[in-house]
Design a protein around this ligand. Structure first.
Ligand code: IMP
Length: 547
C-alpha cells in the first residue's frame, strides 16, 4: 500500500540524514583519496528564482571583491594588456605575466590603469614628415586611415593635424603629410566624459576626436565607428577610490624582483601575485615581508600551495590571498616529473577550509576546463578561479592565430616549459614578444649561461630557470580559437548563474554557507558515471557551447 502523497515532506524529515554527502564526507581523502573536479557532482536543490537573480560577487583578497570570479593566469601566452583590460571590464581580473622586462610589464599595468572605455589610449600616430604612402600602408594593413599627426609621431607629442582617407586620395605617395593634413582641428580636453565626447563628435560630424592635455599634447582618440560598438560594463572591476580598473601583475622572488615591483607600483599596481609553483619557501616569505613593509596597501596573493601547512606559513607572513594548485594545469607535468602535487578539488578544499578561518580568500588555479569546474571550485571554498588554457585561445590573449591540422589555434605553453624558461632570463632583459609556434626550438632562445647560485635558484617560479640543466615542468602546444573574451566570459557568467539556480543558491556566499551547513549536498562519481555524464552513444555530434 502506498503512502498518502501529502505526507512526502513529513516522511523526508524522518530520515536521519539528507540525501548525498556533506562536503566533509566527500572530502575525506582517507576514504576515497584525493579528488579532482570530475570526481564529484553537486546535487540539485529547489528552483524558486530566475537565474538572472544570481550574484557572482566574490572576494579574491582581504580587500578586493570582484563581481565575477574569473582571473587569468600570469602566463606569456595568456595575460598582457588586452586580456587584463577586457577581463577587468567584464568583472574579473587578469594577472600580467613577468616573463618580460620589468619596464614592459609596468607599461602594461599603466595601460590598464589608464584605460577608459571608448577612448583609444594607444592610437596609431604619424608625424608631419611621414608620407602619404605610410597612410596608405596603414590603411591596407589595419583597415583605417583617420590618423592624428603629432610633432614627434607618437602619443604624448604636440597635436598638429589629422589625416583622413580623403586627404590622401589621388595624392602622390611621396607627398609629406605636412602638405595634406588638416590643421584646423576639433579636439576635446583630457578628462572629458564619454557622453560629452560623443556629443562633440555628433555635432562636428567628424570621424575622429583627438583628446589633448592642457598643453595640446595628444592623450587619446575617440572614433565615431567605435561609438556604435561601445558597450557599457556594469560589472567592471574598479578601485572604489580612484574609479580606475584594477591592475594585477606577477613577480618572482629574487632580489631583482624588488626593483620590478617598484616599477609596477609606480605604474599603479593594485594586486601583486607572487608567482611560484611551490610557495612555501624562505624566498617567498622574505618577499611577502618586504612588500608588507614597503607597500602596506598593496594586496599580496601568495602561492602556490596545496596543503594547510604551506598555507599557514604564507598566511603568517602576511598574505592577503592564496593561489591554490600544483600540477593541475592543462600544460603541467609537475606531478609526473616531481612526484609532488595534489588533486585539485582536494587541494582547494583543504586550503580554503583553513584559510577561511583567517579571512584569507583562495584562488583555485589550474585545471578549469568548463563552467562546471568553476562552480565546483567555488563550492569548495574558492573565491575565484584562475584560468590559463581556457582563455589562451581568445582574441585578447597574446600571439597570433595560426592553423594546425586545419584548425585555427593560438600557441599556449607552460611557464615551466623549456621554451618559456629560456625566454625569461633572470634580470629580465629579453623581449616580451611571445614568439611561440609549435616548431619553436630551444635554440631560438639561447639559455642564460650563468650557473645556478642560491640567488639564481630563488629567481623563478620553478627554481630551475637558471640551472645548467633545466628540468621542464610544462609543455608547449596550442589551443583552439575561442573568439573574444567579451563573448566567452559572459557565457561563463551566465552558465554560473544557471548552475547556481539548479543548486538553489542565489550567490557565492549562499553557496558557501549551504556547503558549510551541509545543506548543499554532493555525490561521488564512479568512472562509469563519468562516462554517463558525458555525451555518449552518438554516431557523431557537434558541441557548440553558447550563442
Ligand atoms: P590551466 O588553466 O589548466 O591551463 O592552468 C593554468 C595554470 O597552470 C597557471 O595559472 C599556473 O598555475 C600553472 N602553470 C603555468 N605554467 C605551468 C607549467 O609549466 N607547469 C605547471 N603548471 C603551470
Amino acid at each position: 500500500m502506498s503512502l498518502d502523497p501529502s505526507s512526502a515532506l513529513d516522511l523526508l524529515k524522518s530520515y536521519d540524514r539528507p540525501d548525498g554527502l556533506a562536503v566533509t564526507e566527500l572530502m575525506d581523502s582517507r576514504q576515497h583519496g584525493g579528488l579532482t573536479y570530475n570526481d564529484f557532482l553537486l546535487l540539485p536543490g529547489k528552483v524558486d528564482f530566475p537565474a538572472s537573480d544570481v550574484l557572482t560577487e566574490s572576494r579574491i583578497t582581504r580587500n578586493v571583491v570582484l563581481k565575477t570570479p574569473f582571473m587569468s593566469s600570469p602566463m606569456d601566452t595568456v595575460t598582457e594588456t588586452d586580456m587584463a583590460i577586457a577581463l577587468a571590464l567584464l568583472g574579473g581580473i587578469g594577472v600580467i605575466h613577468h616573463n618580460q622586462p620589468a619596464e614592459n610589464q609596468a607599461a602594461m599595468v599603466r595601460a590598464v590603469k589608464r584605460h577608459e572605455n571608448g577612448f583609444i589610449s594607444d592610437p596609431v600616430v604619424l608625424s608631419p614628415s611621414h608620407r602619404v604612402e605610410d597612410v596608405l600602408d596603414i590603411k591596407a594593413r589595419l583597415g583605417f586611415c583617420g590618423i592624428p599627426i603629432t610633432d614627434n609621431g607618437a602619443v604624448g607629442g604636440k597635436l598638429v593635424g589629422i589625416v583622413t582617407s580623403r586627404d590622401v586620395q589621388f595624392r602622390d605617395p611621396s607627398t609629406p603629410l605636412s602638405q595634406v593634413m588638416i590643421s584646423d582641428l576639433v579636439t576635446a580636453s583630457q578628462g572629458i566624459t564619454l557622453l560629452e565626447a560623443n556629443d562633440i563628435l555628433r555635432d562636428s560630424k567628424k570621424g575622429k576626436l583627438p583628446i589633448v592635455d592642457k598643453n595640446g599634447n595628444l592623450v587619446s582618440l575617440l572614433a565615431r565607428s567605435d561609438l556604435l560598438k561601445n558597450q557599457s560594463y556594469p560589472l567592471a572591476s574598479k578601485n572604489p577610490e580612484t574609479k580606475q580598473l584594477y591592475a594585477a601583475a606577477a613577480i618572482g622572488t629574487r632580489p631583482l624582483d624588488r626593483t620590478r615591483l617598484d616599477l609596477l607600483v609606480e605604474a599603479g599596481l593594485d594586486i601583486v601575485v607572487i608567482d611560484s609553483s611551490q610557495g612555501n619557501s624562505v624566498f617567498q616569505l622574505d618577499m611577502i615581508q618586504h612588500i608588507k613593509q614597503k607597500y602596506p596597501k598593496l594586496e599580496v596573493i601568495a602561492g602556490n600551495v596545496v596543503t594547510r601547512e604551506q598555507a599557514a606559513s604564507l598566511i603568517a607572513a602576511g598574505a592577503d590571498g592564496l593561489r591554490v594548485g600544483m600540477g593541475s594545469g592543462s600544460i603541467c607535468i609537475t606531478q609526473e616529473v616531481m612526484a609532488v602535487g595534489r588533486p585539485q578539488a582536494t587541494a582547494v578544499y583543504a586550503v580554503a577550509e583553513f584559510a577561511s578561518k583567517f579571512g584569507v580568500p583562495v584562488i583555485a588555479d589550474g585545471g578549469i576546463s568548463n563552467v562546471g569546474h568553476i562552480v565546483k571550485a567555488l563550492a569548495l571554498g574558492a573565491g575565484a578561479v584562475m584560468m590559463g588554457g581556457l582563455l589562451a585561445g581568445t582574441e585578447e590573449a597574446p600571439g597570433e592565430y595560426f592553423y594546425h591540422e586545419g584548425k585555427r589555434v593560438k600557441a599556449y605553453r607552460g611557464m615551466g616549459s623549456l621554451e618559456a624558461m629560456e625566454q625569461g632570463k633572470p634580470g629580465g632583459t629579453t623581449s616580451s614578444k611571445v614568439n611561440v609556434t609549435p616548431q619553436s626550438g630551444s635554440s631560438k632562445y639561447p639559455a642564460p649561461k650563468k650557473a645556478a647560485t642560491l640567488d639564481n635558484a630563488a629567481t623563478s617560479r620553478y627554481f630551475s630557470e637558471s640551472s645548467a640543466v633545466k628540468v621542464a615542468q610544462g609543455v608547449s602546444g596550442d589551443v583552439q580559437d575561442k573568439g573574444s573574451v567579451k563573448a566567452f566570459i559572459p557565457y561563463l557568467y551566465t552558465g554560473l548563474q544557471h548552475s547556481f539556480q539548479d543548486i538553489g543558491v542565489k550567490s557565492v556566499s549562499e553557496l558557501r554557507e549551504g556547503v558549510h551547513s551541509k545543506r548543499v549536498r554532493f555525490e561521488l562519481r564512479t568512472a562509469s558515471s563519468q562516462v554517463e555524464g558525458g555525451v555518449h552513444g552518438l554516431n557523431s555530434y557537434t558541441k557548440r557551447l553558447f550563442k
